[in-house]
Design a protein around this ligand. Structure first.
Ligand code: DAH
Length: 338
């Protein structure tokens, strides 16, 4: 039996060294070490080995088994290394690398950031408010009567508990005044919601930027100067502005500002924002809620403005459809990468 073991060892090592592929190697593993393999068969002969010789023969059997297993393993590794090397030989390191695409800011974010930066230079601080508002913050405090069309079920998203998705960011004005005493200079960029049918120029969620300026002796001249400067900084020196009377419940007098740029909106006037002098009735509402006279209309005056960003982005970037702004189409968005 010892002789047979030695012979098997020799034959196995030679065959393993000659194996050319991983599958050949697998077959050898089965034929030597498998359940019905040569070594298993030999080990069955142990029964006939005289008792005294068993320890020696048993030890040899184990050694041969370990040697074959180690040799299979080593051959496996060198076959793998050879095939790795072959793969590398086919590698063309002169091929250009796959381009790594970097992210980019969304066009609306670009526009909003620009607007915020200009207004921050003028001393406006960022303010915030919740998208889900109460009727008081969205309408009542802003002097909007109960029968105003904006308050209708058909125009506004109401929650079952009576709260609503804010229809404008003007609620941020009230949130600010409840929290802080004058003078205040804040801007509140954010989402607003209306129950509009979605089409090429309407979304049910859009973006506004609100502004509020309250101080002693603020005049329409301050409003006009601030907003014309803002528009020129935002849209460039070629932008013309025009201010015309309008109505908003929360400002008196109220205006709308239009802009005109060569090559934008076919050179026609477009509505940019609503604005006006804060109505004393709004200060009264705020004082009542605060329980003080912090916003005494005899002492404090102010102006406010609110602009929509989506339509402006459409005009500036020449977008034919407002839905491009929310569809996340890479082909569209990639054009704004710098
Ligand atoms: N909230 C108005 C809107 O959504 C815009 C607006 C007009 C805001 C006049 C103001 C303002 O702050 O003074 O149409």
């Amino acid at each position: 039996m010892e002789a047979e073991l030695q012979q098997l060892r020799k034959a196995a090592l030679v065959e393993i060294q000659n194996a050319k592929t991983p599958s050949e190697l697998d077959q050898l593993r089965v034929s030597f070490l498998g359940r019905a393999g040569a070594l298993t068969k030999l080990s069955e002969g142990m029964r006939n080995v005289p008792k005294a010789d068993r320890p020696v023969v048993g030890k040899l059997l184990n050694e041969v088994r370990q040697l074959i297993a180690a040799s299979l393993e080593e051959r496996g590794r060198s076959l793998q290394a050879a095939s790795d090397l072959e793969g590398l030989e086919n590698l063309d390191e002169t091929l250009p690398a796959t381009e790594a695409r970097t992210g980019a800011l969304h066009p609306l974010t670009l526009l909003q950031d620009r607007a915020i930066q200009i207004l921050r230079r003028l001393g406006f601080a960022l303010a915030d408010g919740p998208d889900i508002e109460t009727e008081w913050f969205c309408f009542d405090a802003l002097n909007t009567p109960a029968n105003h069309p904006a308050r209708k079920e058909s125009d506004t998203f109401y929650l079952p508990d009576g709260r609503l998705l804010r229809t404008h960011t003007s609620s941020v004005q009230i949130r600010t005044m409840i929290m802080a005493v004058p003078p205040v200079r804040v801007i509140g960029p954010g989402a607003a919601y209306r129950r509009d049918e979605i089409d090429a120029t309407h979304l049910s969620q859009f973006n506004q930027l609100e502004g509020l300026y309250v101080d002693r002796v603020v005049s329409v001249a301050d409003l006009k100067g601030t907003l014309t400067f803002f528009v020129r900084e935002l849209l460039g020196p070629k932008a013309e502005t025009r201010i015309r009377p309008h109505f908003f419940p929360f400002t008196e007098p109220s205006f709308e500002v239009d802009v005109r740029l060569p090559n934008v909106n076919h050179g026609r006037w477009m509505e940019l924002l609503g604005c006006g002098m804060v109505d004393p009735a709004v200060f009264d509402q705020v004082n009542a809620r605060r329980g003080d006279r912090a916003y005494d209309p005899e002492v404090w005056s102010g102006f406010a403005f609110g602009m929509g960003l989506d339509r402006l982005a459409m005009a500036l970037f020449g977008l034919p459809d407002i839905r491009l702004l929310i569809e996340n189409d890479q082909r569209f968005l990639a054009q704004f990468a710098e």
